[in-house]
Design a protein around this ligand. Structure first.
Ligand SMILES: Cc1cc2nc3c(=O)[nH]c(=O)nc-3n(C[C@H](O)[C@H](O)[C@H](O)COP(=O)(O)OP(=O)(O)OC[C@H]3O[C@@H](n4cnc5c(N)ncnc54)[C@H](O)[C@@H]3O)c2cc1C
Length: 397
């Protein structure tokens, strides 16, 4: 039956992506996890295939494809079962560079976005600070105008791709925060090769190949033309970009859960205990049935949210719901899968163990579950929004 979201072109693209990931990526993905990095040649491979610019205009080498082409790509990337690679590629292709495409202007697009689309320059997004995580208004990294430069000082605590990134789309304070904390933030592109940029690796529980770093800026002189969009508008750009980030996180989680369920199914069918396949034990069958049902419902929520987004809406509540539900479900699925695989799942290099480590990151990054619940709850109860709550509206609004 015809899908309301996907056509034959999407199906062919899915096969193409799946084959690419199976042959060009999967054989090396475990090595990248061990070395905490996605190597430069891999970025170029993704770039040559056009996978780093699916949403971006042809003027920068992008594919100018519809959002559901990206949904296919992200589901397949998630299905590979490596959260670090998933995070690295999605931060580069959908989170950091998104601001350059939407708001960056012609020069930033040519200098940073186009090489990022080709996989020649790696991008990262630097928002979170030691004292400002979920609370954007607390960002304290400063950028002070000095002639035709900004001088940047401060620290970013958790930057995916931080160790390999060539440039950082960085949230900086260009003026004191107003009473609601929403003013005074800007986005600046900072080259990591500039004097005064220092990065320290942060060994994370999961998402290892994303090469997470803490990054400090010590009087870094950044040309003023690296400002993204208008000065002082950073908070609004971030609120808008975070919706796509959450939708992307939800889509990746769907793919990861598909793979997790496949692995679990394989184990339960092949493992015999007391002369009977685990797949015949009703207690386990019911747990799998519950997970499969929740996954099917989650898929509808994510696809519907992508459809709303594609119509030009900014479906902030749906993006939060999709992110909250899929990332928490992924944790439950990973936990159940590990339990039902017994000691086979508990050894560190097992798929189940990695899935559990990776799943935990996604309920924190791009907005913790508690913040998602706040945003959803405020809308459901029609409470006055606090300063951090995005309101529904047009993407271009
Ligand atoms: C693996 C990983 C990769 C990341 N990559 C990046 C990156 O590339 N770039 C980047 O800028 N950041 C990144 N982050 C940071 C991420 O965005 C933050 O961790 C997140 O915003 C939470 O901030 P925090 O860790 O400082 O926690 P805090 O803000 O200190 O919050 C701690 C906990 O308190 C609770 N909480 C917070 N706010 C509320 C609230 N309003 N109501 C109720 N409870 C609340 C939540 O449980 C939250 O987890 C990454 C994080 C992880 C785990």
């Amino acid at each position: 039956m015809k899908s309301p979201y996907f056509d034959e072109g999407h199906a062919a693209f899915r096969e193409e992506v799946r084959a690419f990931l199976r042959t060009e990526v999967l054989p090396y993905a475990a090595r990248w996890e061990e070395t905490d990095t996605v190597p430069a040649h891999a970025w170029k491979l993704f770039g040559e295939r056009g996978y780093l610019g699916l949403l971006y205009p042809r003027a920068v080498g992008g594919g100018d494809r519809d959002l559901f082409t990206s949904v296919v790509f992200l589901e397949e990337l998630g299905r590979l079962g490596y959260g670090g690679l998933r995070a690295a590629v999605s931060v580069h292709a959908y989170m950091a560079t998104h601001y350059l495409s939407r708001t960056g202007g012609h020069d930033l697009a040519q200098e940073y976005l186009a090489p990022a689309v080709r996989g020649e320059r790696v991008a990262a997004l630097a928002i979170t600070e030691p004292d400002a995580g979920a609370d954007l208004a607390g960002i304290g990294t400063t950028a002070v105008r000095d002639g035709d430069h900004f001088v940047v000082d401060g620290t970013k605590a958790m930057v995916s791709n931080g160790m390999t990134a060539d440039f950082l789309v960085t949230a900086v304070r260009t003026a004191a925060a107003g009473p609601r904390g929403t003013t005074g933030l800007s986005l600046l592109v900072v080259d990591t090769a500039l004097p005064g940029v220092a990065r320290v690796p942060r060994r994370t529980l999961g998402w290892r190949s994303a090469g997470t770093a803490a990054i400090t800026f010590d009087a870094v002189r950044v040309p003023a033309d690296r400002l993204v969009g208008r000065i002082g508008n950073g908070f609004y750009y971030l609120l808008r970009g975070l919706q796509l980030e959450r939708l992307v996180a939800a889509t990746l989680a769907l793919g990861g859960m598909d793979r997790g369920l496949d692995e679990l199914r394989g184990h339960l069918r092949s493992r015999n205990v007391a002369g009977e396949a685990l797949a015949r034990k009703q207690a386990l069958v019911h747990r799998v049935a519950d997970l499969a049902t929740e996954l099917a419902a989650a898929r509808q929520l994510v696809h519907h949210t992508a459809w709303l987004y594609e119509q030009g809406e900014l479906p902030a509540v749906e993006c939060s719901m999709a992110k909250l539900h899929t990332t928490e479900l992924a944790c439950r699925l990973a936990d159940t899968a590990l339990q039902l695989q017994g000691s086979h799942g508990y050894v560190e290099d097992s798929f189940a163990a990695r899935a559990q480590r990776d799943a935990r990151a996604a309920t924190i990054a791009a907005g913790p579950s508690e913040v998602m619940r706040d945003l959803i709850g405020q809308t459901v109860l029609s409470l006055p929004a606090d300063s951090t709550a995005p309101r529904p509206g047009r993407i271009d609004g």
